[in-house]
Ligand binder design. Structure first.
Ligand SMILES: [Mg+2]
Ligand SMILES: [Zn+2]
Length: 178
């Protein structure tokens, strides 16, 4: 039963930026410490999955093909570090669309579970920098980690993804789940 590391993208793996500054972006450099943190998670047996809200696609700020290029950039950078993502799921729908996939909706995770196997809820977790990420963790019944803004929206606070392996270790969840 896979233990999923459900990873937000913007503000978690790569820098977030204002809506208008995503136009034409095709390369997304990893934030410091991300590659080594993901290596540590993979070594612990986690199945690494990106789940990202990309409403700027439908809202006209990001071209679908540019989004696809940023995904290839992300995958390629991680591959250079020997890190493999099992899936990259995105919701392209505008914020005014009531879709089931935009976090905290669970449809992106449901699709991953159908494809890769039922989730080990004891060990799986969501990590992200927004309220929708910790809300997704609550809906899934898994642990949530929140990067930055300690006082808001619950979840275990982290200053960056680099702190996650140690946080898992200190919570006794570091034993190999593979
Ligand atoms: Mg984010
Ligand atoms: Zn959606």
């Amino acid at each position: 039963m896979p233990a999923y590391a459900l990873l937000d993208r913007d503000g978690t793996l790569v820098a977030d930026r204002p809506d208008g500054e995503w136009r034409g972006v095709t390369d997304v450099p990893l934030l410091p410490g991300v590659a080594s943190a993901l290596t540590a998670l993979a070594d612990l047996g986690y199945t690494l999955v990106v789940v990202t809200n990309q409403y700027l696609i439908d809202e006209g700020f990001i071209a679908e093909q540019d989004y696809a290029r940023t995904t290839r950039s992300l995958v390629a950078q991680l591959e250079q570090h020997g890190v493999r993502l099992a899936a990259v799921q995105h919701c392209p729908h505008a914020r005014w669309v009531a879709c089931p996939c935009r976090k905290p909706g669970t449809a992106m995770v449901d699709a991953v579970v159908r494809r890769l196997g039922p989730m080990d809820r004891e060990r799986s977790f969501v990590v992200g920098d927004s309220a929708c990420d910790t809300a997704l963790a609550e809906r899934l019944g898994v642990r949530g980690f929140r990067i930055g803004k300690v006082d808001e929206h619950g979840g275990t606070p982290l200053s960056s993804l680099a702190d996650l392996p140690a946080a898992l270790r200190s919570s006794g969840q570091s034993r190999n789940v593979g």
